[in-house]
Design a protein around this ligand. Structure first.
Ligand code: DO4
Ligand code: MG
Length: 278
């Protein structure tokens, strides 16, 4: 089952088609530990939903209202290698090796809803940054009581020149207007997502593909539950939250994003999150 937040309201896609919910409040709609069961039951008896004959992709909004977006880092070997290399000059190289092996994961605050764009939206690169990349990340939707009910595609836009200059600059490298994208929908499988699901990143410039790579989420070193448990240790989320789970794909060091680039992040069963660099 997939849930879309749209200009028309909340739309659920099941095998039977598209259904518009009579509940318009995203926070209330999403914050249910039994969301999959609840939707299956409601759609079966046609309660609280109206069947739709058309679904217009252009109406899709970012699937967020009051939720904070958090992110985990250095959860794949590729990220560890890239970070060690970029911060060697600043003396930060060993931090990334250590956090990859440590019990405590790297978890950082990524964005308020204001800084998040949705499918077809414009992500930004900072004006004071020379080296910029998208980070395609499986993103968890977690309810207020700490249950992982949904999955979406996330883009953890990152300034590698700023985080490479000094690891203490991480918040500036990661959090700014248009620094996060989520969408196109929230996938609600009713069970944990298949670990063999693939994440694919494709970047096009003037109609040509300039970067393409994919990785299975099973290559991640930590479990989703482990990351969620650390996040929930001392933080409460009355409306649930999003947790980006880290990137396993980072373009080579000579690559930087440019204005107008098209970024496609595709995850099995979720779909493709498309964004443009403003
Ligand atoms: O520590 C820097 C950020 C790591 C990150 O965002 C990632 O691995 O995805
Ligand atoms: Mg990241």
């Amino acid at each position: 089952m997939k849930i879309f937040k749209t200009t028309e309201g909340i739309i659920v896609k099941s095998d039977e088609g598209y259904f518009l919910s009579s509940e318009n409040n995203w926070d209330i709609f999403m914050d249910r530990d039994d969301l999959f069961k609840h939707l299956t039951a409601s759609l079966n008896i046609a309660a609280d939903f109206t069947s739709l004959s058309v679904f217009d992709e252009r109406n899709i909004l970012a699937p967020i209202r009051s939720q904070e977006v958090w992110a985990a880092g250095v959860t794949y070997l590729r990220s560890r290698h890239a970070r060690v290399e970029e911060s060697k000059g600043a003396g930060g190289g060993s931090f990334y090796d250590r956090v990859y092996e440590a019990d405590r994961p790297e978890i950082f605050f990524k964005a308020t809803p204001l800084r998040v764009v949705g499918h077809q939206g414009k992500v930004r690169i900072r004006k004071d940054s020379k080296w910029n990349v998208p980070e395609p990340e499986l993103t968890l939707f977690i309810t207020s009581s700490g249950t992982i009910t949904g999955y979406t595609a996330g883009n953890d836009m990152s300034s590698r020149s700023i985080e490479g200059e000094n690891p203490l600059y991480l918040p500036q490298a990661k959090t700014y207007d248009g620094s996060a994208a989520l969408g196109p929908c929230i996938y609600i499988p009713g069970k944990p997502i298949d670990p063999e699901s693939k994440i694919k990143l494709s970047i096009s410039r003037s109609g040509h593909t300039v970067f393409e790579e994919e990785i299975a989420i099973s290559r991640m070193k930590r479990s989703h539950t482990e990351l969620k448990d650390f996040l929930f240790r001392e933080c409460s989320f009355p409306n649930g939250c999003f947790l980006m789970t880290g990137t396993g794909i980072i373009p080579e060091n000579d690559f930087t994003l440019e204005q107008g680039d098209e970024i496609l992040i595709t995850i099995d069963n979720i779909g493709t999150l498309t964004n443009y660099v403003a």
